[in-house]
Design a protein around this ligand. Sequence first.
Ligand SMILES: C[S@@+](CC[C@H](N)C(=O)[O-])C[C@H]1O[C@@H](n2cnc3c(N)ncnc32)[C@H](O)[C@@H]1O
Length: 221
Amino acid sequence: MQTQTMEFGPLVVTFDGRVLRPRPWTMLQASWAAELSADLPAGRILELCSGAGQIGQAAAVLTGRHLVQVDVDPHACTLARANAAANVATVDVDVRCGELDASVGAEERFAVVLADPPYLPRDEVPAWPADPVRAVDGGTDGLDLPRRCLAVAGAHVAPDGVVLLQALGSAQVDALAPDVARAGLEVVDVRTEDDRRAVALLRPVRARSTDGPADARPAPA
Ligand SMILES: C[S@@+](CC[C@H](N)C(=O)[O-])C[C@H]1O[C@@H](n2cnc3c(N)ncnc32)[C@H](O)[C@@H]1O
């Protein structure tokens, strides 16, 4: 199959028709990670559903953080490894080929978790014939893979770390509210390209003190 290349932020990405064609707007997810990075603890980036690898690798280059990437598709992993070899010289990139919820060690924690899951409702998939079904099919309501990503992100983000999740617009972020809470996370911001393209910023919900209510101090006069 013919390979193509595309500039993507600081990278030149190689891809082909067996993976999702890189969407230039998704550089937003990598740039946002870079914008946040200076205020985050030390630590690696985890990218779930990494495809040919360009979003996480752009974030790694821009932040100088080591990167772990996870995708279930062996061909996507081959491209991600090639893209890392061609573009990322200063940090380590560990591409793990497997299910997103079986590829991260129980003790591993990350300062940044990026996720770009398949998020289309299944009945919309035929409208995107150029895209591999596994890259876009999010199940009946589109939420199956986003839910699984949230669970993994919540379990593996560092206490002061952040999660950046791509979604089918802010409406899908709203629909995921119960899953966000179940993962121990909260949405703190959403940036949208349009009503079908969004990135949500989430943080772990801070554990409440057991010494008493957080607002026990006297109110200011
Ligand atoms: C929407 S594509 C995103 C790819 C890449 N981030 C990009 O922007 O081109 C979703 C990716 O998730 C992967 N994927 C689907 N189901 C998965 C699973 N259960 N575990 C890990 N990766 C999965 C697909 O192989 C695909 O590469």
